[in-house]
Structure formats: C-alpha cells, structure tokens
Design a protein around this ligand. Structure first.
Ligand code: SAH
Ligand code: SF4
Ligand code: F3S
Length: 463
C-alpha cells in the first residue's frame, strides 16, 4: 500500500510516500505536517518536489527491496533538477531506515537524511542540515520524545477526513521469531491518555467521526496517571464520552493481550465497532510455539468464542504466515482447520520471508519457496471463499453506513458499515459525514452495493 501526503505553502513542494502499515500512514501525515510548518506545499508525486521522504517498511523482503528501486528513480529526478540548478533533499524514514541506517547513506549518495520511526521530532533539524549540505542519521529509540513532539505540535488537520488514525502505542516486546518490528520500533511504549483524548477531540472538531486507534500491539496499551491505571478498555470508555465521535476501532491486537474487560467493551460500549483484527499466524501448536507466539490454536479459538458471545455480530480478521521454518503439510492443514473453525470476514496472508537478525532466519529447516507458494494459494482460496460468504450474508439486510467520500461514478457515495465493509449507494454528497440506513442489494468484488433505506433521507438531505 502506498499513499502520498504533504505540507502547506506556495514556495516549494514536499512529497511523502508511505509504505507498509497504518502506523506509517499516520506517521507520514505527521511528517507532512512538519514539512508544512517548514514551508513546503503538499504534493501528490515526487516530480518537482524539493523535499522527498520515503516512509519505508521492512516487514518482508519485497517491501524492503522496493525502497532501493524507488531511490534509483529519485536519484534520476534529483540529477535532472540539479542540472537545472535546483536542489532536492531526499530522506528515508520508517522501518528500513531503522534497520539499515548508515548502510543506506553509504549505498545511496542521493539520500540526505535517514530517520528512524522514533526520531521524527528531529526532522526539522535534519532538513536544516541537509540545506547546509550535511547528511545525517537519527535512529535512536526516543519514543517518549516523539510522543512529546506530537503533543506540542498537536494533530495535523486531517483534511476533511471522516475517519482517521490515532497512534496510542508503539513498539513491541513480543519477539515473534519471524518479525522485525521489535527491532525497528523498539519496546512497547504507550501515550498518555490525556494526550490521546486531546488529539481525538481535535480530530472530531475537524469533522472526524470514526477513529482507529493504532499500535503495533494496541491492546497492550497501558498507562498509569493520576492514580488511575488505564488500559484499552478504559480508554475506550473515556473516548466514548466525546460528543460527535461515532465510531471507535483499533488495530493491531495480540491474542495474549485480549483482556476480559476489552472483550466486555465490545458488548457494553456502542461506539466500539464490531470488528476485530486478531492475528493468529498459524493453526498448528508446534508452529505457534516455534514462532514464539505463546498461545495455542485452542486458546485462540476459545478467545474467539468469548468475543463472539460478547458481540455476536462481530467481523473477525486475521494475519497468517505459511511456510515458517519446519512447517509440515500437517501443520499447514491445521491452519486450514483453524480457518474453517473460526470463519473469517477478511484476512491477510503471507509466505514466510526470512528477515536477517530474527531467530526464524537462523533455522536450517526453511520451507522451499514452491511449497510456500502452493500453501499460500490454497489458504488464500479458502479465505476468499469465507470473505465472499461473509459479504453475501448482508444481502437484503439493513446496515448503518457512515458515508466517507464520493464514489468513482457521479451520483455515487461510499461509506462503511460497522463491520468495516465498504458500501456504495446512489445518493447526494450532503450525506457524507453522517450515518444512514442502507439496504444491501448485492456484493461486489471489494465492496457491497446498496440503496438508501429511506428515499426521505435523500430528500431531507437535498433540502
Ligand atoms: N503487530 C502486529 C502486526 C505485525 S506485521 C501483530 O502482532 O500481529 C503484520 C503481519 O505481517 C504479521 O501479522 C505477520 O502475519 C506478517 N509478517 C511479519 N513478519 C513476517 C515475515 N517475516 N514473513 C512473512 N510475513 C510476516
Ligand atoms: Fe511482530 Fe509478533 Fe510483535 Fe506482532 S507481536 S509486531 S508479529 S513481534
Ligand atoms: Fe512495516 Fe514497520 Fe509497519 S516494518 S509493517 S512499517 S511497523
């Protein structure tokens, strides 16, 4: 996934390209905000931009490779601009920056600064140094300083967004044997609840109705302040009090941090939406143990049962890895069994990718890539079938849709159901930003099609 965001002035352009997870999308909007403060106008592409920042992802090999091919193209742009007497400053941010640090500066002359995810508060200074011809590197773990920087700067205006991300926690202490995140994002650190509430209020004042709380392990959120112990459930309770905020979501969670009070929040707090992304990775206990996930397949299924009891209409989503070292055909079948038992609304699935520095990469029993490919195809076939079944189950039903934007065709508007399904209807743009009942008529490839439940809604909105 890539997305461009930028800053605000008329002198020079700034372009930020985001790769990887939602946390990077959130960080990219903050980086754009900083570029805006430094006088750069938001740009949708790198052409003509004086500052280009790639906010990178290190999670799988292909994701990292993209950065260097992208930098090759940027080098050509920079040289063309230099020939016309114009300077260009190129930065690499995000998880590849954290993991490869000095190596990037050595390998790519075109890069002026490399900044890890916990050091974005240093960006203005690094940009100033780049303007003086100095190259710089900042990859210290300074999460608290980063959060303080966010507080001082406040939330960047979300530019007419109806739904927005809000980072509440960063880092990971879990050390799953396949994963680079604990090394690129550092230890788990939670933001203070008052800062989160303040940022949420700013977002709502700017028109946001649906907030997704973000964290690498968002349900590990904990903070002690003012004699109170906060967890994700108490944070949801507090955020639910914000008038005008309609919907709350969160991602990504770890099964072992799925506390009973968080499960209860799904039952008791109407603003907490019936959607849960809860990665399981594998259905085999042997593989789960080798992955250092610290729970069994049975424990995961038991957890899902309790969640469903609390919120029967919940949509479940997950992440899967096939071909972790040592995975046998029987292990893989156990994953298929778990998928059949749970029944997912959606999921992401990946072939295991060896990451240097992680325990998985040290193992000698790597699975051949053609086996990984075949397993991935089979798993994706099953998950796709489940997704279709889930989507089709809404046909003929009434859904509360929060409209977020215009559709591709004129007269069409697009929104999302509580279960995060995208819905397209014919309706006036004036409905964007509010929730309306929609009768679902048919499922499409990636979204549902429906009609507004009441014609009266259209007429009222039009007048
Ligand atoms: N913190 C989250 C997400 C981490 S990254 C969590 O714990 O679930 C998102 C997903 O990428 C992971 O859930 C995993 O399925 C996948 N992933 C991570 N490392 C990987 C690797 N080395 N190879 C393949 N997939 C990987
Ligand atoms: Fe990676 Fe595991 Fe941490 Fe998720 S919980 S970020 S998969 S180490
Ligand atoms: Fe990628 Fe870093 Fe996110 S590795 S998935 S950008 S935490």
């Amino acid at each position: 996934m890539t997305q461009g965001t930028g800053g605000s002035d008329k002198t020079a352009g700034g372009f930020v390209k985001s790769f990887g997870c939602q946390m990077n999308v959130y960080d990219s909007s903050r980086i754009s905000g900083m570029l805006g403060e430094a006088g750069y106008t938001a740009q949708q592409g790198p052409d003509g931009a004086e500052v280009i920042v790639l906010n990178t992802c290190h999670i799988r090999e292909k994701a990292s490779d993209k950065v260097f091919s992208e930098l090759g193209q940027i080098r050509a742009l920079k040289e063309a601009r230099a020939a016309r007497g114009m300077s260009t400053f190129v930065g690499v941010a995000g998880c590849v920056a954290q993991a490869e640090g000095a190596e990037i500066l050595k390998r790519e002359r075109t890069v002026d600064f490399v900044v890890g995810p916990q050091s974005y508060h240093r960006l203005p200074e690094m940009l100033a140094r780049a303007r003086l011809g100095e190259r710089s590197l900042a990859i210290e773990f300074e999460t608290q300083e980063k959060f303080d920087g966010l507080r001082q700067r406040g939330a960047a205006p979300p530019l007419r967004l109806i739904s927005a991300f809000l980072t509440i926690q960063e880092g990971c202490d879990k050390f799953c044997a396949f994963c680079v995140v604990p090394y690129t994002r550092g230890a788990e650190v939670s933001r203070a609840p008052e800062d989160i509430v303040h940022e949420a209020e700013q977002l709502v004042a700017a028109g946001v109705k649906d907030i997704s709380l973000l964290g690498q392990n968002v349900n590990a959120y904990r903070c002690e302040t003012g004699g109170k112990r906060w967890g994700l459930a108490s944070l949801f309770e507090r955020l639910s009090e914000i008038t005008g905020l309609e919907r709350l979501r969160y991602t990504t969670s770890h099964p072992n941090d799925m506390s009973e009070d968080l499960i209860a929040a799904h039952r008791d707090l109407p603003k907490v939406m019936p959607f849960l992304h809860l990665p399981v990775q594998s259905g085999s206990d042997a593989i789960l143990s080798a992955m250092n996930r610290k729970h069994t397949a049975g424990a995961y299924c038991g957890l899902i049962e309790r969640v469903r009891r609390a919120r029967p209409d919940i949509a479940l989503s997950s992440d899967f890895i096939v071909g972790f070292p040592g995975e046998t055909d029987a292990d893989f079948r156990a994953t298929l069994d778990l998928v059949r038992e749970v029944g997912f609304a959606s999921a992401f699935s990946f072939a295991y990718s060896m990451r240097a520095g992680t325990p998985g990469a040290e193992r000698r029993d790597q699975v051949a890539s053609d086996i990984k490919k075949a397993r991935l195809l089979e798993l994706q076939g099953l998950l796709e079938e489940q997704k279709k079944t889930f989507n089709a189950s809404f046909v003929g039903r009434n859904c509360e849709v929060l409209f977020e934007r215009r559709g591709r065709h004129s007269g069409q508007i697009v929104g999302r159901t509580p279960q995060m399904l995208s819905v397209q209807v014919d309706g006036p743009e004036s409905l964007i930003g509010s929730i309306h009942d929609v009768v679902i008529e048919r499922p499409g490839a990636n979204s549902l099609f429906g009609r507004l439940a009441s014609e009266r809604q259209i007429n009222e909105a039009a007048n």
